[in-house]
Design a protein around this ligand. Structure first.
Ligand SMILES: [Zn+2]
Length: 217
C-alpha cells in the first residue's frame, strides 16, 4: 500500500466518495492501441471492497457513457471512436461516482423537460456525429427557439461539440454518434452555469488534493 502506480495522466478526482467510506477515486487516462484514450478509475484506498466499488464505477461509466473495453488496454474503458472527449468523460466519471453501490444504472432519455417553460426538448441523431435539438411539438415561437438554441449551446460547451449548420444543431468532431453522452449532458445543458461551476469546483479540489490523494493508503 502507498505504492505509486504508473496509471497515466490523472484527468479527474472525486476526493471523498460519500457512498464508500469517503475514499478518493481518480480517473486516469493512458493512450493505447491506435492512439485510443483508455480510462481507468483507481483508488489507493486499502478499504475492503474498494475493488468492487471501482468496478461498479467503471460499469456505470460504460452504461451511462456508452463506453466500451479499450482495445489492447485490459481493464480500461474507451469511447468507440477512441477520442479523448475529456470534458464529457470528466462529467461521466463524476456522475458515475454519485451512484451508490448496488443502485440501478440506466441510460437516460434522449429528451429533457424544461420545467420553467413547460416543454420538452428532444435530441435526434442526424448521422456523422450530428444531433438536432427541437421541441417535441415542433413549436417554434421566438421564446422556444431561443431556449432550444441556449440548450444546444450548453450541450456544445459541456460535450465539446461543434455548432452545426442550423441553430439547434451540434456535432461531435470525431464524426461518431455518442447517444449516451448526449443523454447524460442534455439535462446539464439546461443550466450550464451550474454545471460549469461544479466542474470548476472539482478541478480546484483536484489541485488542492493532488499530493495527498496520490499517496493515500
Ligand atoms: Zn467520439
Amino acid at each position: 500500500m502507498g505504492r505509486l502506480l504508473d496509471l497515466g495522466e490523472r484527468v479527474e478526482l472525486v476526493s471523498m466518495d460519500p457512498h464508500f467510506h469517503d475514499i478518493s477515486i481518480s480517473l486516469y487516462r493512458e493512450t493505447g492501441e491506435g492512439g485510443a484514450s483508455g480510462y481507468l478509475a483507481h483508488s489507493y484506498s486499502g478499504k475492503e471492497s474498494t475493488t468492487e466499488r471501482l468496478a461498479f464505477v467503471m460499469r456505470a461509466m460504460a452504461v451511462m457513457g456508452g463506453m466500451v473495453p479499450a482495445p489492447g488496454q485490459p481493464g480500461r474503458l474507451a469511447f468507440s471512436c477512441g477520442e479523448e472527449h475529456r470534458a464529457a468523460v470528466k462529467r461521466l466519471f463524476l456522475e458515475a461516482c454519485k451512484k451508490a453501490p448496488g443502485s440501478e444504472v440506466a441510460a437516460l432519455p434522449m429528451s429533457i423537460y424544461d420545467k420553467k417553460n413547460d416543454f420538452t426538448i428532444d435530441a435526434v441523431a442526424t448521422g456523422g456525429g450530428g444531433y438536432r435539438l427541437a421541441t417535441a411539438d415542433g413549436g417554434a415561437d421566438d421564446k422556444v427557439a431561443r431556449r432550444v438554441d441556449g440548450v444546444t449551446r450548453g450541450l456544445i460547451k459541456l460535450a465539446e461539440m461543434e455548432p452545426g449548420a442550423e441553430p439547434g444543431e451540434a456535432r461531435f468532431a470525431c464524426g461518431t454518434t455518442h447517444d449516451e453522452l448526449v443523454r447524460l449532458l442534455l439535462g446539464r445543458s439546461l443550466n450550464v452555469r451550474a454545471a460549469m461551476r461544479e466542474a470548476e469546483a472539482a478541478a480546484a479540489r483536484g489541485v488542492l488534493a493532488a499530493p495527498s490523494a496520490q499517496q493515500q493508503t
